[in-house]
Write a protein that binds this ligand. Structure first.
Ligand code: C5P
Length: 311
């Protein structure tokens, strides 16, 4: 046996919020056209990726035993798809440390998938562009492409058309998950059942499309989520959480994605931490106070030593 230096790539996979989410018309492929301003926040899963010398295939380990570690996990599928597209018959070992709640509208699985592609691009020296990685990611889920253009972007189409935004200023975000998940497919069905026809986009939102840079002050008066009208009547506690966040000083409070997380945006760290403490004691809720991210996703390469039989 000989000590060999191996390379491990680590990627932090942040959660996302939708500061604005309009669900427009249904498309011939069954998906809906979206219009969303998405933003990453510093509640992060962590991925560690290594090449496996012993055998081929993907070996995924996760510190949350309730999550599957086979093809049902987006990380596994992202790794298998990346190896296939790269034309490499390589063994991969991935550790996933889960912090982002799932079924929560925070894009945790999508972020993990994007982080996997980004990490393997580095580990395997593929030299892929973000546009190429986002195209691959789109095959795994509608929210995946956004993460390649984080921290802030305008997302349209099914989720594949992503235009990065420069968002000036800093904010704290309090995420409140109510202790139950919401299935995205169910939320879309409720939305279709509770409204007649697709809404049109306001002039204020159309005006945002032309801009490369915006401020939180520009965005927050336009904050809103079309899923609230479909989801709140079924889950009244979410309306209560929103009202409580607003009464604790949030500049805006709304559902993220199709839920179940409701988030509040705060200018002030102290107010955010106070709201987190209060909301964490409410019913079965879990609350997190985190900053809105100001950086893109990035990889770190770290050498690790492994005992390998070589030669
Ligand atoms: O793409 P993803 O697997 O995340 O989508 C889950 C479900 O959400 C889809 O099967 C579809 O019912 C719905 N969806 C949609 N329009 C989108 C994204 C998702 O109708 N733009």
């Amino acid at each position: 046996m000989e000590e060999v230096e191996e390379i491990e790539v680590r990627v932090a996979a942040p959660a996302k919020i939708n500061v604005i989410l309009r669900v427009l018309d249904q498309r011939p492929d069954g998906y809906h056209n979206l219009w969303s301003v998405m933003q990453t926040v510093a509640l992060e899963d962590e991925l560690r990726l290594r090449v496996r010398r012993d055998t081929g295939g993907v070996l995924l380990r996760c510190d949350d035993a309730t999550l599957p570690t086979d093809h049902r996990n987006l990380v596994y599928r992202a790794a298998a798809l990346t190896a296939e597209r790269a034309g490499l018959n390589v063994g991969l070992e991935i550790e996933l440390m889960k912090r982002i709640p799932y079924g929560a509208g925070l894009g945790g699985g999508s972020s993990d998938a994007a982080a996997t592609i980004l990490g393997l691009n580095r580990l395997l020296g593929l030299g892929w562009t973000v546009v190429h990685m986002a195209e691959l990611g789109q095959q795994l889920g509608s929210d995946v492409p956004f993460f390649f253009f984080a921290p802030s972007a305008l997302v349209t189409g099914r989720g594949e058309a992503v235009k990065p935004l420069r968002l000036a200023g800093e904010r704290w975000v309090v995420l409140v998950t109510p202790g139950f998940p919401i299935e995205t497919r169910w939320a879309y069905q409720r939305l279709s059942a509770t409204r007649s026809g697709a809404p049109s986009l306001s002039g204020a939102l159309r005006a945002l499309e032309a801009r490369e840079a915006v401020s939180w002050e520009d965005l927050l008066p336009l904050a809103g989520n079309d899923f609230e009208a479909a989801v709140f009547p079924e889950h009244g506690v979410l309306r209560t959480i929103k009202a409580r966040l607003l009464s604790q000083g949030a500049e805006a409070a709304l559902l993220s994605g199709s839920g179940s997380t409701v988030f509040g945006v705060f200018r002030d760290e102290m107010a955010a931490r106070q709201a987190q403490a209060t909301m964490g004691r409410f019913e079965r809720c879990r609350a997190y106070a985190v900053q809105a991210c100001t950086e893109a996703l990035s990889c770190q390469s770290a050498p690790t030593t492994a005992s390998l039989r070589v030669g």
